[in-house]
Ligand binder design. Structure first.
Ligand code: EPS
Length: 400
């Protein structure tokens, strides 16, 4: 299973094509739309989210709610395009010369974005909009759509993914809350105790006190005319042991997850389990000791974050991400005009105060895509019923 997305932030459509999605998998439209909504509702988003109601259409590959095994096409109209038709016109640039549209040409790159380097690399220095339209995090809408179909596939095997915000600026979720939400849970409990409260929180966290501190931090940043980053923990429950492989570098699941998660806009770090704290600990204190109880292998702890030797080990997968503050500053930031080379203030594009809650939804998507890829490599990718039989056979033998 693989996918590609296309689309500019203020262009007419966002699109995606998924190839290799197994046949006969039941999918639900409401879950797909609800997940797109989750990405949009985070506290601290800017004006754009009031314009868009992301209603993705599935244009191929699904019939009567079940996959065909053929490429799945996804199409989503940008409602904001109506306000950008002339600037973003595909063929004609005559309208572009109007004084109003000339103002939309960008020659003052924003530090921290792709503007300058993208302009140099693709020779877009006459208008950096040609870079930032695609570099915009608007593209992640389609990743969330693709990811949700993967989440629905994995849920048929009781594998569930949840991205939880653990910090916005200096407003942090307590270590006790992080430990509680990271423990092994049944599918039902994970849904009721973690996923549902997180989905009902506009900062996507589980503790109401931390949530109100996060909202305050966002309000303060907005009042100070700046932006905030934060931290996210992705928890995956219900995984079998053995996804990924130790055999060769490209198959190692922690490496694949890191690549997928680092590709999310503004993510600057990814770690697993105890993460960077492992560097200060002794070996003896960081072992997830192996026991055999109730007819299966179990672990006494989860310092490794559910991965050993590049493979899942059957305990919850725990991944932490750090997101930098959005670089666009409402007051503009010092930069250099790429036409005149004079010092100027960078273009101020409309932006968000924080997008950490949205990034937690995108992190779910990227995690689900990567896990589904590893799952299908192991259990097959043609027919749903055959994949289920293969999976059950593996579970039956893997605790012998
Ligand atoms: C973004 C800038 C803002 C965000 C956008 C990402 O868009 P605009 O320039 O239209 O106001 O709202 O995020 C989305 C549109 C989205 O769907 O997440 C940027 O520069 O990355």
């Amino acid at each position: 299973m693989d996918y590609v997305t296309a689309g500019e932030s203020h262009g007419p459509f966002l699109t995606a094509i998924i190839s290799g999605f197994p046949a006969n998998v039941p999918l639900d439209q409401e879950q797909l739309l609800a997940q797109l909504r989750q990405r949009q509702i985070g506290y601290g988003r800017g004006g754009r989210m009031k314009i868009e109601t992301d209603q993705v259409q599935v244009t191929s590959g699904v019939h009567f709610g079940q996959t065909l095994g053929s490429p799945i096409g996804l199409l989503l109209a940008n409602q904001d395009y109506e306000n950008w038709q002339h600037v973003m016109s595909t063929w004609s640039d005559t309208d572009r010369q109007t004084p109003e549209n000339r103002k939309r040409v960008i020659t003052r790159p924003r530090p921290g974005h792709a503007d300058l380097v993208g302009g140099l690399k693709y020779r877009h220095l006459t208008d950096l909009r040609n870079v930032l339209e695609r570099a915009s995090a608007r593209e992640t809408t389609m990743r969330v759509a693709v990811g949700n179909l993967c989440q629905q596939f994995l849920a048929h095997f009781n594998i569930q993914v949840c991205g939880i915000v653990t910090g916005i600026g200096s407003a942090l979720l307590s270590q006790a809350a992080i430990t509680t939400m990271s423990r092994p849970l049944t599918a039902t409990k994970f849904r009721s105790e973690i996923i549902t409260p997180v989905q009902n929180s506009d900062v996507r966290t589980i503790d109401p006190t931390a949530a109100s501190q996060m909202r305050q931090a966002i309000d303060q940043a907005k009042a100070d005319q700046t932006t905030l980053g934060g931290q996210i923990r992705v928890v995956v429950q219900g995984l079998p042991a053995g996804l990924g492989s130790y055999i060769s570098a490209p198959q190692k699941l922690d490496a694949r997850l890191s690549q997928a998660l680092m590709s999310i806009n503004a993510i600057k770090g990814v770690s697993f389990g105890d993460g960077f704290a492992l560097g200060q600990a002794s070996g003896r204190n960081t072992l997830d000791l192996i026991t055999y109880q109730d007819g299966r292998y179990q672990r006494a702890a989860n310092h490794q974050g559910g991965l050993e030797g590049g493979m899942t080990n059957g305990t919850p997968l725990l991944i932490d991400l750090v997101m930098k503050p959005i670089p666009t500053q409402p007051t503009g930031s010092p930069t250099v005009d790429v036409q005149t080379h004079e010092p100027v203030l960078a273009t101020v594009e409309r932006s968000d105060t924080t997008a950490v809650p949205a990034a937690a939804v995108i992190a779910e998507a990227m995690t689900a895509i990567t896990i589904m890829q590893a799952f299908c490599e192991m259990f097959g990718s043609d027919d749903f019923a055959r994949i289920k039989r293969n999976y059950q056979a593996y579970l039956d033998e893997s605790n012998d």
